[in-house]
Each structure stands twice: as C-alpha cells, then as structure tokens.
Design a protein around this ligand. Sequence first.
Ligand SMILES: *Cc1c(COP(=O)(O)O)cnc(C)c1O
Length: 376
Amino acid sequence: MITKSKIWLSSPHMGGSEETFVKEAFDTNWIAPLGPNVDAFEKSIEDYLGNDLNVAVLSSGTAAIHLALELLGVTDGDEVICQSFTFSASANPITYLGAKPVFVDSERETWNMSPQLLEKAILAGIAKGKKPKAIIAVHLYGMPYKVGEITAIADRFKIPIVEDSAEALGSTYNNMPCGGFGKLGVLSFNGNKIITTSGGGALVSKCLELKSKAVFLATQARDNAPHYQHSHIGYNYRMSNVLAGIGRGQMKVLEERVMARRRNHKYYIEKLGKQTAIEFLKEPMGFHSNRWLSCILFPSYDTREKIRLALLDENIESRPLWKPMHLQPVFSDCAQFVDGTSEDLFNRGLCLPSGSNLSENDLDRVAEIIIKTLAI
Ligand SMILES: *Cc1c(COP(=O)(O)O)cnc(C)c1O
C-alpha cells in the first residue's frame, strides 16, 4: 500500500530571508540572548503593531504571560480570572506565582470570554473580599474576543487585562491590531503559530517602563553594578539572537501568511459551506481574524470523531478544539463561571489543516474526505 502524503495541522513556513539573519548572527558571533537581531525583531513587531507599543521578545509566550502577571503584582493567594476555553499555557503561569485561576466560559459569537460571565466572576470575587488581580482574555484561533465589552468591564472594576494574543498576530478589531489592547499583550512564535522562531514569544505594552522591567526580570534581574548584584528574583526568559534572526525573516512575510490562512478558510467554506452538518465561526462586524486555524462544528461528538478518524486514516492531521480548563483534571479545584458553551464547542468542534503552506490539492483532499464520510 502506498501511504498518502502527510497533511499537517499547522506546520512552520519559512519565507526565505530567515537564514540570512541567522547567518549574520553566526558571522558576527552574536550567539547570545541579546544582539542586533533581538533589537531589529522587536523593532519590526513594534512597527507592525504601531500605536507606540513597546515589545520585548522572550523565550516563549508562556514566559510572557508569567512576566505579565508578575509585573501586575500577582502574588501568593491572589485570584486571576482566565478564559476557560484556551490552551493550558494561558492559565499555568497563574499557578507559578502561587495564585489561583478563576475560569470564565465563552460566548457563541467569537468563542471567547463571555462579558456576562466575566462580570459575574468579578462581582463574586469582590463579594467575598477577593477582587481578581488580573483578567487573562484570549483571542482563540485568531478570532478577537469582544474587546469593547470586555475592556469596558475591566475598566469599570479597574482590573488590568493580560491580552493573550498568542494565536492572533495579524488579527484586528475595529482595524486595530490584536496584541495592543490589554495593559500587557502576549505573542507566541512557537512552531505551530502563524509565524515562528521555532520557539519564542513577546510581551507587548503601551508603557516603556513596563517593557524595561520585563527585560530586567527576563535577564536574571541584575542590578546596575559592576559585579553580579540582585535585589529581585529573576528569570532567564530573553530570546536568543539566533532565533530572533528567524523572527526578522518571518515578519517580512506575516501579511502573506495571514492572507494564506484566510484563503484556506474561505476555500473550506466554498467546499463545505453547503453541508448542513457543518457550522463555521463567522466574523462579527469589525472583527478580522487571521484564521490561524480553520475550525468547524459538527452536530454531535460522534460525527466529529467519525470525521477526525477518517482524516487520520488518510494521513491527515486534524484536532478537537481546546479542552476547556475548567474540565482539566489539574484545575479541578478551581472556581468556575460556566454555562456549557465551551464544553459544547469542545465536544463538537474540529480544527482542520490550516497551514499557510497547504496547496489547493491538500485542501481538496481534506474537503473530499469530510464530504464522503458525512454521506456514509
Ligand atoms: C501557544 C499559546 C500560548 C503559549 O505560547 P508558547 O510560546 O508556546 O509558550 C499561550 N496561549 C495560547 C492561547 C497559545 O495558543
């Protein structure tokens, strides 16, 4: 039997100039977590995001969330609200600081944090004398959360937002780039993200002082002295100058990558839109998703699994939507404000192959198997 060629969910897609910048790092011996590629990569993200935002590139998106929470003063015994429908990296750093996550469910229109449940969670915290220290809101799969409503609630209660934009570089809300809405924003350049440095992340802030503090903490918190002097606990979280070279090359093709992923999504709608058993996530007015992953909903868990296994049989990788954090064994003792939305999405949803390097032939293969399997 001839094995059919593998179609990945979301694989790295180099643009061509990455190796030039990596070679530059070698040629100049800047093989360190600082150097010209780090500075230039930061500058290119700042230029892309605009709005006078400051960017610190780090070893991962998870590190960026950890630093964001620390910069906001989250500490032992605090509570931090977190979108339940997300990847575990959104929530894990809360526990690094000895704080407790409080999980909030999603709404149907964007699959992100429900403003109503957010307000309920905040009021419950205040009622028991424990106002949440921060809110982690996520633009899941590249779809912006309801930025206007969520920000208004956070502002009313004076709680800072950590904007988890790990999946949403290139997305916009009312023509403003995702990553710049929170008190602090988080980006990821992990291997499966829309652009990648193989591993990496960034912290975004309006305030230059917060960036400086983040870089200070990310480089072992060294005081200004000729010897090694420390009055804070630090971390080793800065991005390497070699990897930042990959990032510089990737930034040159970010817009193309967004267009390619949006094209994939449109193609799936063309091919599968007439199937009554399939539901797509639409963009509300003013919401522009990078369509990092193209996701669809089936009528039931059983149909979803039937399709997933049929694709797997054909050497095609697909994946159920994120399992909500309030359903994860490791977070079973955490407070939750849920209404069944994310649990339902998890049960019925599937992420389809979405890489910017997929061919029309690849997408046809995926669509044909889905249509054939639904007809059985
Ligand atoms: C990828 C991801 C992260 C973490 O980023 P890493 O760079 O992998 O540490 C955080 N939140 C979400 C929603 C992600 O998808």
